[in-house]
Design a protein around this ligand. Structure first.
Ligand code: FMN
Length: 316
């Protein structure tokens, strides 16, 4: 099953493994790309040296296309310069407007993808000249907005015109709503290759969708910059989340200390103990699998679902 997205990116399956900062590893990116999808190396929450090391390893493990992902709000300029030098097939962005970064990525010879939480941001993405838009519904893991995929995706498809749109979510459903592929995070966190603490993987398996929540206090700890739009991370609960969830004023007063605490967690690889980013899709995830098996399952289920859907309707 191919779509125009496959031709554009030189891949076989319309499945993009979302860039998830330091929770992605060379092993995960290469496993996804070797299985016919598009692996994404996340640049957020990792040093430039670490990104360079992981990219070198990706090149050892695969010669297939892959993406490098940056969050605009937390952009590390040195890592972005390294990304331009690496000239991946795709450079993807999320959280705030990338502005001139789009031109720089194009000048380096990479395609550009931008994740958006609203139709308005999709229209801006069109004006910026991006090549692919991700419609990110509110159920998504990590930072995101407040509009559900069912309401958002058709609006982004309309806004995108000829620009391929992909959705965070189920492949068959995304295709029916006009997307040409999917951008999937949480399912790949619960993969054998994801470089997160095994405890976090087990928490994803145990979670129901309703166990995830939007951690609004993040915006008191890290206020959005001027021009930044409102997003909040979707997480599973943890002692840190329980402590700060409902104490927004105090979180604002203590923001410097809390930023330090989060920074230390990034350095020590214990982010998942504080802020276990997880999407509502967790309710669908019951096993940790190799990334290649995840792609095979998603493709098989999508084909089966589309066939079964067609059978449910009698043309009149
Ligand atoms: C742990 C985690 C970290 C994430 N980090 C990023 C990131 O650095 N950049 C980005 O573009 N998206 C990031 N996302 C969001 C994904 O791009 C995507 O929208 C989301 O994973 C889709 O929902 P799902 O997790 O239910 O598949 C992250 C998601 C998760 C779960």
């Amino acid at each position: 099953m191919r779509t125009r997205l496959c031709d554009l990116l030189g891949i076989d399956c319309p499945i993009i493994q979302a860039g998830m900062g330091s929770f992605t590893s060379a092993e995960l990116v290469a496993a996804v790309s070797n299985a016919g999808g598009l692996g994404s190396m996340g640049a957020s929450a990792r040093s430039t040296a670490d990104l360079a090391k992981e990219l070198a390893r990706v090149r050892e493990l695969t010669d297939r296309p892959f993406a490098i992902n940056h969050t605009v709000r937390f952009l590390n300029k040195d890592s972005f310069a390294l990304t331009l030098d690496a000239r991946p097939a795709l450079i993807s962005f999320a959280i705030d407007t990338p502005g001139d970064l789009v031109r720089q990525a194009h000048d380096a010879g990479s395609l550009v993808m931008l994740q958006v939480p609203t139709a308005q941001r999709a229209r801006e993405a069109v004006d910026l000249g991006v090549d692919i838009i991700v419609a990110q519904g509110s159920e998504s893991g990590g930072f995101g907005g407040y509009v559900s995929t069912l309401a958002l995706l058709p609006q982004v498809v309309d806004a995108g015109g000829d620009i391929p749109v992909v959705a965070a979510g189920g492949l068959a459903a995304a295709l029916v709503l006009g997307a040409l592929g999917v951008n999937i995070g949480t399912r790949f966190l619960a993969s054998a290759e994801a470089s997160i603490n095994p405890r976090w993987k087990q928490e994803i398996l145990a979670a129901q969708s309703e166990d995830t929540l939007k951690f609004e206090s993040w915006n008191d700890i890290f206020p959005a910059p001027d021009g930044g739009y409102h997003v909040a991370p979707r997480v599973l609960t943890s002692p840190f989340i329980k402590e700060w969830m409902d104490k927004r004023d105090e979180a604002r007063r203590e923001s410097e200390r809390l930023r330090g605490e989060i920074g230390t967690a990034v350095e020590h690889g214990t982010w998942g103990d504080l802020l276990p980013f997880t999407g509502q899709t967790a309710g669908l995830i019951h096993d940790v699998l190799p990334a290649a098996d995840i792609i095979r399952h998603i493709m098989a289920e999508a084909k089966q679902t589309l066939k079964a859907t067609a059978k449910r309707y009698v043309p009149t």
